[in-house]
Design a protein around this ligand. Structure first.
Ligand SMILES: Nc1ncnc2c1ncn2[C@@H]1O[C@H](COP(=O)(O)OP(=O)(O)OP(=O)(O)O)[C@@H](O)[C@H]1O
Ligand SMILES: [Mg+2]
Length: 250
């Protein structure tokens, strides 16, 4: 991996929507088989960071290295094919399609393409995804709109796995889920890490971040104001009060 053991390395990226300057020089590193959490309140730039990595809103300055290769200038489909998948905010599954159709349709063309990366990482197909999420297996012929919020989230994650990504970008998977389902999401993320996947998770939910993160960055108005372990963050009252807030404490 070109002299670096980081799966993903972001170097001082600056991202805009037109004249609106949103990400003010972010840098981060993520290694194979790790979970990095970006924690921040509404509108701080979490989704914009994911959009920057995925090539949807490319940064105007800075570099993003994936497996040692720069993603700058590459179109989103090429970035996806290089081995990353997004679980988007609000889940975005096809409501009128069945669970089976949701899993088979959108990303199946990418499945199995990925040959390089961590050799120990689990390779997924429909059968192994259903074994991981038995609840989905029971609902294969139900349409998306008949699923609970938690099942929709599992489907969104299952769909991402169909592309066999080495890196999974997750945008607020706990949003709108009851605490018990948030625990289920935690469990799923730990299992994915055990299977050798790397996860970049953006969240507002402090408890979820603390429970799964190998490393946490706190984002505020497009800048990282903290980087450390869950234990270090939980001892930093100033950052928690100023930049994480009560909304994250449920
Ligand atoms: N398409 C867009 N055009 C212009 N400004 C945008 C666009 N999308 C987001 N923004 C602005 O960029 C900033 C960061 O937004 P972003 O969606 O990245 O925040 P977020 O941390 O994901 O918030 P949330 O937790 O609510 O999802 C906000 O000020 C937002 O209004
Ligand atoms: Mg967002």
């Amino acid at each position: 991996m070109a002299g670096s053991d980081h799966l993903l390395a972001i170097r001082d990226i600056h991202t805009y929507y037109g004249d609106s300057y949103v990400l003010h020089g972010l840098s981060l590193e993520l290694s194979q088989g790790r979970i990095v959490v970006i924690l921040g309140r509404n509108g701080m730039g979490k989704t914009t960071l994911i959009r920057s990595i995925a090539g949807l809103t490319p940064p105007r300055r800075g570099d993003i290295l994936f497996e040692g290769h720069s993603l700058i200038g590459k179109p989103p489909y090429e970035i996806a094919q290089s081995g990353m998948a997004i679980v988007p905010q609000g889940r975005r599954i096809f409501q009128s399609l069945t669970v089976r159709e949701n899993l088979m349709l959108p990303t199946s063309a990418l499945a199995g393409r990925r040959k390089s990366g961590n050799p120990d990482r689990k390779r997924w197909d429909l059968a192994s995804i259903l074994a991981e999420f038995p609840q989905l297996a029971e609902r294969m012929d139900n349409t998306g709109n008949a699923l609970s919020g938690g099942e929709q989230q599992m489907l969104a994650i299952g769909r991402a796995l169909m592309a066999n990504p080495s890196l999974i970008l997750m945008d607020e998977p706990s949003e709108g889920l009851a605490p018990k389902l948030v625990q289920k999401i935690e469990e799923i993320m730990r299992n994915l890490r055990n299977h050798g996947h790397a996860i970049l998770l953006v969240e507002q939910n402090l408890a979820l971040a603390l429970s799964v993160a190998d490393s946490i960055y706190v984002i505020s108005s497009g800048r990282f104001v903290f980087h450390g372990t869950a234990e270090e963050l939980s001892r930093n009252a100033e950052i928690l009060d100023s930049h994480v807030g009560v909304a994250a404490a449920h």
